[in-house]
Design a protein. Structure first.
Length: 191
């Protein structure tokens, strides 16, 4: 039986989403092809029909996950105008501090694995990361170079703030860290 192109594309989308969840949950070294396929309720053969290797799957998950962040920034800019940074910061910390690791943001969730990876994977990350920086910078006031610098700091605060808040055992401590970093992001957004 031959599958339609639509079925194949749907299977690849599901596999890509599952691969991203698997890598965010367990890390690159913590999950194998069988585990990644299990996240998508598919066989390992279906995995290899979509990706030549675990590294290729990681790069695809990285592209998709970071593109989601960029798209989110662009969407918040379009929906909230000049108040977009505050709205985005509120969403980001509410959404990603308390959720399961598998459902977290790719920026903090995959960055440490990228730092341990090969040059090709770091190149994928760098390209997608600077697309996020550009999207943030476009929505900040001030001169171009200053906006770029602040956008880089915003991404560091988002990723680092979520990582640190998640590491807290106590909910009050977690909320304190998230709130302090959220406030710093909002302040940077004002220029």
């Amino acid at each position: 039986m031959r599958y339609s192109l639509e079925h194949k594309e749907d299977t690849r989308r599901r596999m890509l989403a599952a691969v991203g969840r698997g890598f965010r949950k367990a890390g690159f070294a913590g999950i194998g092809v069988d585990g990644l396929a299990k996240f998508a309720d598919l066989t390992s053969g279906a995995f290899y029909a979509n990706f030549r290797s675990k590294s290729e799957a990681f790069q695809a998950a990285l592209r998709a996950g970071l593109a989601d962040v960029r798209t989110g920034v662009e969407s918040f800019r379009a929906q909230h105008g000049g108040a977009w940074v505050e709205a985005f910061a509120d969403f980001y910390f509410e959404q990603f501090v308390g959720c399961d690791l598998a459902d977290g943001c790719a920026l903090p969730g995959l960055s440490s694995d990228v730092a341990r990876s090969d040059a090709r994977t770091r190149g994928v990350f760098e390209k997608e990361y600077f697309a996020i920086v550009d999207a943030i910078a476009e929505g900040l006031p001030g001169k171009a170079e200053a906006r770029m610098s602040r956008a880089i700091v915003v991404t560091a605060l988002l990723a680092g703030g979520v990582t640190l808040a998640r590491a807290m055992k106590d909910k009050a401590a977690r909320d304190r860290v998230a709130r302090a970093v959220r406030d710093a992001v909002v302040e940077l957004g004002r220029g």
